[in-house]
Design a protein around this ligand. Structure first.
Ligand SMILES: *[C@@H]1O[C@H](CO)[C@@H](O)[C@H](O)[C@H]1NC(C)=O
Ligand SMILES: *[C@@H]1O[C@H](CO)[C@@H](O)[C@H](O)[C@H]1NC(C)=O
Ligand SMILES: *[C@@H]1O[C@H](CO)[C@@H](O)[C@H](O)[C@H]1NC(C)=O
Ligand SMILES: [Fe+2]
Length: 296
């Protein structure tokens, strides 16, 4: 009995120690930055800031962003907004070393929020991509078309190296810009960003001024058009304001940020999972049950 207990204890000890070693080995990223955020509350960047510039050309696609488009990483959802008219739903795309241009057709939608009417929001899933390959893609028409690129992840497997970034509560303050710049300049070179909820903070404005969702989309494009941002909703995405008859939770978020929830058999974009390289990412939204009668 005693011996048996001891055996059990030593087994646990060995297990605990090897677990600690494995944490140290696998997870010790070290201290990567001496960055300390200013304690003053930072203000939102003004509307005429460089980060909010509208791309030139009639009806030019703006707020371009991508996310994973299926369960294993062979598809990408490309999303963008055209301001003046629906324009084209097509995405043209080709592998770096290929002459062959493929095209895929997406959908376009709009929504209203109090007295705001959105631009034309396009979502297009491009499928059957090769793993570990650089692709270029184009959206828009003629001389207003715009070209971007992304790199698909390696095939999934237990030991596949891959680097994720983590950002949450980004908003659009001057600090938001230094957070994004900090991520971009990190020598570890994040390949995909896990976004932990609370995107634009448009809900801080009177009537949740949804024009601040558009400025946020233009702000993050410089990164989110080139690598997938994996989305989770936070409390700032609920956007329910019964006083102005806005009672559908997550309306701006779910119209603007599409995710591959059906690929994991989910019935809600707030709950889904994907595999990517060596990870299995499960997205849970603790706010998804919040409806009309909620308190934050
Ligand atoms: C935001 O950061 C980028 C890159 O670091 C810089 O070029 C730009 O001027 C900054 N804009 C504002 C409004 O701070
Ligand atoms: C919406 O209504 C508010 C309050 O009346 C007003 O300040 C704002 O300019 C309006 N916005 C639009 C897009 O009409
Ligand atoms: C873009 O094309 C349109 C129509 O095809 C033309 O009217 C316009 O001048 C062109 N703009 C530039 C900058 O080339
Ligand atoms: Fe937050």
């Amino acid at each position: 009995m005693v011996a048996a207990r001891w055996n059990c204890f030593s087994f646990q000890l060995v297990f605990a120690i090897s677990f600690i070693f494995s944490i140290a080995e696998v997870c010790n990223g070290g201290r990567t930055s001496s960055f300390v955020r200013n304690s003053d509350l930072s203000r939102d960047m003004p509307l005429d800031s460089d980060v909010f510039l509208v791309p030139p050309g009639y009806n030019a696609p703006q707020q371009v962003h991508i996310t994973q488009g299926d369960h294993l990483g062979n598809a990408v959802i490309v999303s963008w907004v055209t301001p003046d008219e629906p324009g084209s739903n097509s995405v043209f795309y080709w592998a770096e070393n290929s002459e062959l241009k493929n095209s895929a057709q997406g959908i376009v939608l709009t929504y209203k929020y109090f007295n705001y009417t959105s631009g034309f929001i396009h979502h297009c899933t491009i499928r059957d991509l090769e793993f570990d390959t650089k692709y270029y893609y184009e959206v828009g028409i003629g001389n207003s078309s715009r070209r971007f690129w992304f790199v698909t992840p390696p095939a999934i497997g237990p030991d596949v190296p891959y680097t994720f970034g983590l950002i949450g509560d980004l908003g659009q303050t001057h600090d938001s810009n230094s957070t994004l710049t900090h991520y971009e300049l990190n020598p570890a070179k994040g390949q995909t960003l896990l976004f932990l909820g609370d995107l634009s903070y448009a809900d801080a404005y009177p009537f949740h001024d949804n024009a601040r969702w558009d400025t946020w989309g233009r702000f993050i494009e410089r990164n989110a058009a080139y690598q997938p941002w994996i989305w989770t909703a936070g409390n700032h995405e609920i956007d329910v304001v019964p006083a102005i008859r806005e009672v559908i939770p997550f309306k701006p978020y779910t119209h603007r940020y599409h995710v591959p929830y059906t690929a994991s058999g989910s019935t809600s974009p707030l709950w889904y999972s994907i595999k990517r390289a060596s990870t299995y990412i499960i997205v849970l939204s603790s706010y998804s049950a919040y409806g009309i009668n909620f308190t934050i």
